[in-house]
Design a protein around this ligand. Structure first.
Ligand code: SF4
Length: 138
């Protein structure tokens, strides 16, 4: 992790908004809390691939690829691409937590429709997503 800010890949900018303490392992969750804290207080920089969350994930392969499932790297990259498009951010860009959160709220319906189907964390994220949708209803 860099001094002062964290590196996050596209889909983590979105998914971290709904983190409720679940994760792949204790080490992973502890790290996620630290990364989220850094993101909330200092902002983050958009990474094109493995980031400071992946760094403590046992699904990260030796080549920096995601091994979560067969073809995992491809589907994770597609998820990152979708997030980057919906959030309108670019690789290397410094992003602010509150600005990202506001944009996530604007695109939440599209994100859920295109990204959450079949995700193992979808049920855990749902309450926080419902709250976000309620709080940003016009
Ligand atoms: S499952 Fe894949 S994308 Fe998610 S944190 Fe682990 S290595 Fe990174």
């Amino acid at each position: 992790m860099r001094l002062g800010y964290v590196g996050l890949r596209g889909h983590h900018l979105v998914c971290l908004q709904f983190f409720e303490g679940s994760g792949y392992s204790e080490e992973f969750v502890d790290n996620l809390r630290r990364v989220l804290d850094g993101f909330q207080h200092e902002g983050a920089v958009l990474e094109a691939g493995p980031d400071d969350v992946c760094a403590r994930c046992h699904h990260l392969g030796a080549e920096g690829e995601c091994t979560l499932e067969p073809g995992g790297e491809q589907s994770i990259r597609a998820l990152d691409k979708l997030a980057v498009e919906l959030l309108q951010v670019d690789t290397g860009q410094r992003v602010d937590y509150e600005q990202v959160r506001a944009q996530v709220a604007r695109v939440l319906r599209q994100w859920r429709a295109q990204a959450c189907d079949g995700c193992q964390w979808a049920t855990q994220c749902e309450p926080a997503q419902r709250l976000m949708a309620r709080d940003t209803r016009p």
